[in-house]
Structures are given as structure tokens and as C-alpha cells.
Design a protein around this ligand. Structure first.
Ligand code: NBP
Length: 481
């Protein structure tokens, strides 16, 4: 139903896949939704197909759109991230009044959100950068929503967003994250974790296929089994479904006819770039981003076909034992990937003074989003018990889980190396774990080298202060304070 009175509680501009589904979600939850899209055809297509979902207000111009909204006006932008978002914000800001709220629900880079929030605040407008996860299906039926921006705007906006968000145990997968760019920052890290999770699942699949020689259908059954245990998650569930799919054209498993070159839209890369700036070792996420890049280097891979493998080991003979080893290695590596992601969130919170609460994030990621998983309940509990955890790995539940898995983890990584099967994320997660728990790292030697060639100084284990050795002189040590 369409009307032209100024009664809409929320407006959505940008009615492609995500925007149209979120608009329908608001309407289904009883809100009157003003609709706007640059090209009016999308607005009309939405109304023609789903106008009966609830109460919509059809608009063509920005002025008409803004005029259709109750005050304070709330507009959700769901357009392509980047310049398109800036263009839409500028147009909206010109038509809105102080106290109105602009929400950017696109996948914006968090530093853009920081810039936009400051610019809008200077004009008296509230700007909320909201990370939204769940894809097309989540947008319609309940996404996870990570809104940043001014706390005051959440008072007016929160009830609307919480009503359309996914719910787990009655708790909405939406909460105010923190100031300015924090919502988009945590959404970015969420996507980075999603990359790592997918890569780890991919490595498990690779081992089941090439180390154990299982077919796609058999591997689907393995993942289905895993999905009823501690690995239960949306990604494991859809992995089984993808592996079960038969290609109509060839009769082969679909996965065997899909080109093995993974694409990426950029949020994984952003996560790694930000982690580098913050100095946080998100090795699992970085390996996942690089693995996608390597898979996509098709010409280079083709040229490298036939490179010697060296002598390879025999394949494991105990299928059941090795499958269980892979399951445990996957779980342990996944814990590491999440631990690293939460470290990045803590570092971002400190850097930007956001006062983020990791337990809240684990809570809202339990539903709606791509990384939703049973295991997020454990993360939530871990931060409830100790909000100042130095690493998720050190929470008693996860420590025990890794300690139970570590022998399997080592067997899987060493078998993969001996079989010539690449497992960058499994291996780097295990190395990270070993580095974290090591009593003494080779960084002492690095410091010695740095002092040798650059007089960068070093600290001693047995004295306070900074020291330098006169490497090109008599090699005595001097205080560098
Ligand atoms: P797209 O990212 O494909 O964007 C298409 C929309 O942007 C259309 O409504 C288009 O209008 C509009 N638009 C463009 Br392009 N340039 C514009 C401009 N200069 N001025 C005004 N409007 C402009 O849509 P989507 O896949 O629905 O995603 C929307 C946002 O949600 C993106 O930021 C995306 O990263 C994010 N997101 C997507 C997913 C997902 O699973 N797809 C998940 C989570 C978040 P037109 O119809 O006139 O061309």
C-alpha cells in the first residue's frame, strides 16, 4: 500500500538487493517505510512485487522522500559503498534538519565513517555508521546489526533496528557499538573473521578430499556430522549444502565444476590493512586473504603446474581418526582466528577511544550474520567471566578445547606438509599458538641484528633501561638512555 502523507518512521534509500529486503523487513515489523532509489524503477519494482508486505510511501525525489518522514527523521542509506554513499549523504544532508539521523548501512570503510560522522555532526545531523551482516536473506528475515555513532541517536533508532534484527534466545542481534566509525570497524573485523572461517573450512575440505580421497558427497556427510557438535555454525551448515549440490549440466558435484579462484570485495583486505596499522597479528585472516589472492592468480598457477613436489608421504589409512584430527584442527584454528579478531577489536577500541565491549559483539554475532555459530555463546560467556581477558585463548573453556585438540592439530599440519597439501591457515594458526605460549622467542636475535646495523638499541633480561653494543668499535656495551 502506498500513501503520500508524512507518516513514515523510517526511510530507505538504495533499493537494490540489501535495501529492498531491509525495507520489507521494516514494513513487516509494522513500520511505515518511505522508499527512495536513484532510479525510480527499483522503487516501483519493489512495490509491484512486495507492496503488500506492509505500509510503504513511494517517493521519487529526495525532497519528497525527506518530507514523508516523521521527525526526527531517520534515513537508512543502502547504496554502493564509497563515492555513491558520499553523494547520497550530501544530498540528504541538504534536505534534512538538525537532530535528524542518517544511517549508512552499507559496507563503508570505518575511517570514511569517522570522517562522515564528524562532517554531519558539524551540521547538527546525527550520523550512524551501521554494519549489517547476513546478506540478502538476513536483510529480509533478521540481520545482525552493528550501529555506531552518537549514543543519543540509538535511543530513537535502537527500537527500530532491534525489531528487524535476528533474535537469539529472545535477545536482538543489535546493540549500540560505540562512537563514530566503531560499528563499521567491528563489521569489518567480523568479515575478516568470516574470511578466516571460510579458509579453514576450505582447508579441511581439501584434506578430506586429497589426503583421504573422499568424494564431495562423503565430505558433505562429514560436515553435516560436524554441524551437530561444537563446530555447529551457519558456514559449516552451508558447506554441507554446497558439497551436496549436483551440477544439472554434467551430473558432477557442483563444487567440482566451479573454477577454483576465489574473489573478494575488500573487507578482508581492509581488516588486514587495519591490523597492520594497529600492530595486531591477525595471521589467520591474513592467510585467508592471501589464499584467495593466490587462488585468483590463475595465469601464474597455470605456469607453475608441474613444479616438483619432492617425496610425498603415504596417505593416512585410518580415515576415521584422521577425519577427527581434522575436525579438532579446524576447531582449534577457528578459536585462534576469533582470538586474533577480538585482539584487533580491543586494539581498535584503544586506538580510537571507543570503549568497545567484546562480549556484546559475541552476543550479537550469535544470529543473523554469516559467522553465527554455537561457539559464540562460549565467547560471550568467556568475556562475561573476564571482560579483561588478555586473549580469548586463555579463557578456561577455550584453553581446554585447544589443549584437547593440539595433538590432532600437529598431526594434521605435519601430514599436510608431508602430503604437499597447502594449509596456510591451519599451519599459521598453530604457529601463532606456539609463538604465543613460547617462553622465549627469536626476537632477541632480531633486536641484536637491529642494534648491529641500525643502533636501534635493546633491553636486557637482567637490567632496566636501553643498551647498545659498539659493534663497529670494541664491542663493549653502553647505556643508551
Ligand atoms: P549495491 O552495492 O549493488 O548498490 C546498488 C545501489 O546503489 C542501487 O540502489 C543504486 O541505485 C545505488 N547507487 C549507486 Br550504484 N550509485 C549511486 C549514486 N551515485 N547515487 C545514488 N544511488 C546510487 O547494492 P547491494 O548489494 O544491495 O548493497 C548495498 C550496500 O550494502 C553496499 O554498501 C554493500 O556493500 C552492503 N552490503 C551488502 C551485502 C550483500 O550481501 N550484498 C551484505 C552486507 C552489506 P540505482 O538503482 O539507481 O543504480
Amino acid at each position: 500500500m502506498a500513501s503520500s502523507t508524512a507518516t513514515a518512521q523510517i526511510g530507505v534509500t538504495g533499493l537494490a538487493v540489501m535495501g529492498s529486503n531491509i525495507a520489507r523487513n521494516f514494513a513487516r515489523n509494522g513500520y511505515t517505510v518511505a522508499l527512495h532509489n536513484r532510479s525510480v524503477a527499483k522503487t516501483d519494482a519493489l512495490l509491484a512485487a512486495h507492496g503488500n508486505d506492509g505500509s510503504f510511501v513511494r517517493t521519487e525525489t529526495i525532497e519528497e522522500f525527506v518530507g514523508a518522514l516523521e521527525k526526527p527523521r531517520r534515513v537508512l542509506i543502502m547504496v554502493k559503498a564509497g563515492e555513491a554513499t558520499d553523494a547520497v549523504i550530501e544530498e540528504l544532508a541538504g534536505a534534512m534538519e538538525p537532530g535528524d539521523i542518517i544511517i549508512d548501512g552499507g559496507n563503508a570503510l570505518y575511517t570514511d565513517t569517522i570522517r562522515r560522522e564528524a562532517a554531519m555532526a558539524a551540521r547538527g545531523l546525527n550520523f550512524v555508521g551501521a554494519g549489517i551482516s547476513g546478506g540478502e536473506e538476513g536483510a529480509l528475515n533478521g540481520p545482525a546489526i552493528m550501529p555506531g555513532g552518537p549514543k543519543e541517536s540509538y535511543e530513537s533508532l535502537g527500537p527500530l533496528l532491534e525489531s528487524i534484527a535476528a533474535k537469539v534466545d529472545g535477545v536482538p542481534c543489535c546493540t549500540h557499538i560505540g562512537p563514530d566509525g566503531s560499528g563499521h570497524f567491528v563489521k569489518m573485523v567480523h568479515n575478516g573473521i568470516e574470511y578466516a572461517d571460510m579458509q579453514l573450512i576450505g582447508e579441511a575440505y581439501h584434506l578430506l578430499r586429497d589426503a583421504l580421497g573422499l568424494g564431495a558427497g562423503e565430505i558433505a556427510d562429514v560436515f553435516t556430522g560436524w554441524n551437530s557438535g561444537e563446530l555447529e555454525s551457519y558456514l559449516v551448515e552451508i558447506t554441507a549444502q554446497v558439497l551436496q549440490q549436483t551440477d544439472a549440466k554434467t551430473g558432477q558435484p557442483l563444487v567440482d565444476v566451479i573454477v577454483d579462484a576465489a574473489e573478494q570485495k575488500g573487507t578482508g583486505r581492509w581488516t588486514v590493512k587495519s591490523a597492520l596499522d594497529l600492530g595486531v597479528p591477525v595471521t589467520g585472516i591474513a592467510e585467508a586473504v592471501f589464499a584467495r589472492a593466490l587462488s585468483g592468480s590463475r595465469a601464474q598457477r597455470k605456469a607453475a603446474q608441474g613444479l616438483a613436489s619432492g617425496t610425498l608421504a603415504e596417505k593416512p589409512t585410518d580415515t576415521a581418526q584422521f577425519t577427527e584430527d581434522i575436525r579438532r584442527a579446524l576447531y582449534a584454528s577457528k578459536i585462534v582466528a576469533y582470538a586474533q579478531g577480538f585482539d584487533q577489536i580491543a586494539a581498535g577500541s584503544t586506538e580510537y577511544d571507543w570503549d568497545l565491549h567484546p562480549g556484546d559483539l559475541a552476543t550479537i554475532w550469535r544470529g543473523g550474520c554469516i559467522i553465527r555459530a554455537r561457539f559464540l555463546d562460549r565467547i560471550k560467556e568467556a568475556y562475561e567471566q573476564n571482560p579483561a581477558l588478555p586473549s580469548l585463548i586463555l579463557a578456561p573453556y577455550f584453553r581446554e578445547a585447544i589443549e584437547e585438540a593440539v595433538d590432532s592439530w600437529r598431526r594434521v599440519v605435519s601430514a599436510a606438509v608431508r602430503l604437499g597439501i597447502p594449509v596456510p591457515a591451519f599451519a599459521s594458526s598453530l604457529s601463532y599458538y606456539d609463538a604465543l605460549r613460547a617462553e622465549r622467542l627469536p626476537a632477541a636475535l632480531t633486536q641484536g641484528q637491529r642494534d648491529y646495523f641500525g643502533a636501534h638499541t635493546y633491553e636486557r633480561t637482567d637490567a632496566e633501561g636501553k643498551f647498545h653494543t659498539l659493534w663497529s668499535g670494541d664491542r663493549s656495551e653502553v647505556s643508551a638512555e
